[in-house]
Design a protein around this ligand. Structure first.
Ligand code: NAD
Length: 265
């Protein structure tokens, strides 16, 4: 989606943007002229690669602020540093997330706590810190990367599904609170997206089951996704850019599926 220059002078912070969907959104926002703050875990090499990718085609500044978002103190410090360096976070994309799969009676308590902390509570902390600057400027965009699991459940994902349902509630509540201030708050709800993580899983599953990668995608991973196609990072990033545009001014409190029809069933 083209939108070159539309966000010149604005600052976007994308959590979990050293990889996958967050990296795609950071790149796409950089192409709109916004300053982009990259955040996420990874080796120095991963971070350098992500920074180089986001910088390509960026006309604004690109900065990295590290923080382990499972720690509220680190999240607060990241937001304070962003606001100090760029005066405000005009566009906030809460994307960082992790997964763990296990039956509920075997679900490790520390995994539950970590998933709720990163996939849900961190978004509360970032929104809480970014909102005063947005209110002051009279403009803001908050995009939460949720999941089809904000609408529906799958077995063995109790923490993930709970966190994503929680993000749906947070999105709607904050949207109502900020509705008269030119600040929109929405969630993107992807089905299976072709991220490096998922690509690796496809190859592994094909090898283990002795079937082709196409069969893994169609019959194993996408059993619940009617299009039988993985969503692309670009499709999610384009929607994020659109939600940040003035054309999307009338969209707030919405949970937008990009799930190949999964949630229509
Ligand atoms: P990914 O593993 O490629 O990227 C996750 C990012 O979050 C990385 O940059 C990682 O460093 C960061 N992160 C993880 N823990 C962190 C922490 N404690 N502090 C700071 N950063 C942390 O995953 P992805 O597939 O791109 O997923 C991104 C988001 O999209 C997640 O919220 C995920 O739930 C959601 N999602 C993904 C899919 C999919 O199929 N890939 C589908 C629906 C929703």
């Amino acid at each position: 989606m083209s939108g070159e220059g539309v966000h010149a002078g604005k600052t976007a912070l994308v959590t979990g943007s050293t990889s996958g969907i967050g990296l795609g959104i950071a790149r796409a926002l950089a192409a709109t002229g916004a300053n982009v703050i990259v955040n996420g875990l990874g080796s120095q090499d991963d971070i350098d690669k992500a920074m180089a990718e986001v910088s390509q085609g960026a006309s604004g500044k690109v900065a990295y602020i590290g923080a382990d978002l499972s720690q509220p103190g680190e999240t607060a410090a990241m937001m304070a540093e962003a606001i100090e360096k760029f005066s405000a976070v005009d566009i906030l994309v809460n994307n960082a997330g992790i997964q763990h799969v296990a039956p509920v009676h075997e679900f490790p308590v520390e995994k539950w706590d970590r998933i709720i902390a990163i996939n849900l509570s961190a978004s509360f902390h970032t929104i809480r810190a970014a909102t005063p600057g947005m209110l002051e400027k009279g403009w803001g965009r908050i995009v939460n990367v949720a999941s089809v699991h904000a609408f529906v459940a799958s077995p063995y994902k109790s923490a993930y599904v709970s966190a994503k349902h929680g993000i749906a509630g947070l999105t709607r509540t904050v949207a109502l609170e900020l509705a008269t201030h030119n600040i929109t708050v929405n969630a993107i709800c992807p089905g299976y997206v072709k991220t490096p993580l998922v690509t690796g899983q496809i190859a592994d599953t094909a090898r283990v089951r002795g079937i082709t990668e196409e069969e893994v995608v169609r019959d194993v991973m996408l059993a619940a996704q009617p299009t039988k196609k993985l969503v692309t990072i670009g499709q999610v990033a384009d929607l994020a850019v659109f939600l940040c545009s003035d054309a999307a001014d009338g969209i707030t409190g919405s949970l937008l599926p990009v799930d190949g029809g999964w949630s229509a069933q």
